[in-house]
Design a protein around this ligand. Sequence first.
Ligand code: NAD
Length: 265
Amino acid sequence: MERFLHGRTALVTGSTSGIGLAIARALAAAGARVAINGLGTAAQIDAALASVAAAGGEARHVDADLRDPGAIAAMMATVQDAGALDVLVNCAGIQHAAPLAEQPASRWDDILAINLSAAFHTMQQALPGMAARGYGRVVNIASVHGLVASRDKAPYVASKFGLVGLSKVAALEYAAAGSRDTGGVTVNCVCPGWVETPLIEPQIQAHRNGGDRDKGVRALLEEKQPSLRMSLPEDIAAMVVWLCRPEAHNLTGTALPMDGGWTAQ
Ligand code: NAD
């Protein structure tokens, strides 16, 4: 792997597990110093740090419950005190599938706070410095559910549509920052369909209908994803790394589906 991010610093929220952890590893392999964030036991966080370091970079964990704007401000100060933040990936996210009438208000609040408001707070604190230095990449991990809806996911879909809109506004405001030589400042969303991570396990189990786990996976895919195969976290990570490349300087304000044809229908 070409280490084109050597000397750059990255923060990936929600990177103690799943897609975020794969992104942290891929950025480290591309040479970045990576700050990971996310919940977990000390052992889980240590294992995540070790795997990012093994991928080839310096890694640290920055603690913050992203429901708390004060904790986000402290996290951003810690990361930016240690050096300029060049790459910000907002990946933390939670889900709660239930009909609208049965969604607890507290779940709505948590999903909006983690999936959407946290990205507003991190971007607000990261983008001015990126613009001043002429290079910056914000990649927000939205979802196909930032582009189309599914039933039983009111707070999740609302948060992901919001994240796509927020990213487009930021892309416009920072489009002219920097130059082709410095790399510019871009803001994009990646919109995955089904990806094999712990987040979707409850939905796989709910689709088993008395069969095994494979039956649950098949049922989920047949419902929405024409490729009939899930993505791996590493597939999403490869797209994020590419968005950080210098030649991606003019790719901004987009919401890129990686969904096996889900949103082509
Ligand atoms: P995951 O459950 O494996 O990881 C979620 C991460 O978010 C974990 O590191 C967790 O600790 C962190 N997190 C949760 N609550 C937090 C909080 N309060 N404060 C700080 N961190 C918190 O899930 P994943 O599948 O890797 O999902 C990552 C992102 O990708 C999410 O935004 C999700 O919506 C999105 N996504 C996932 C899929 C999929 O099929 N797995 C599809 C589309 C989009």
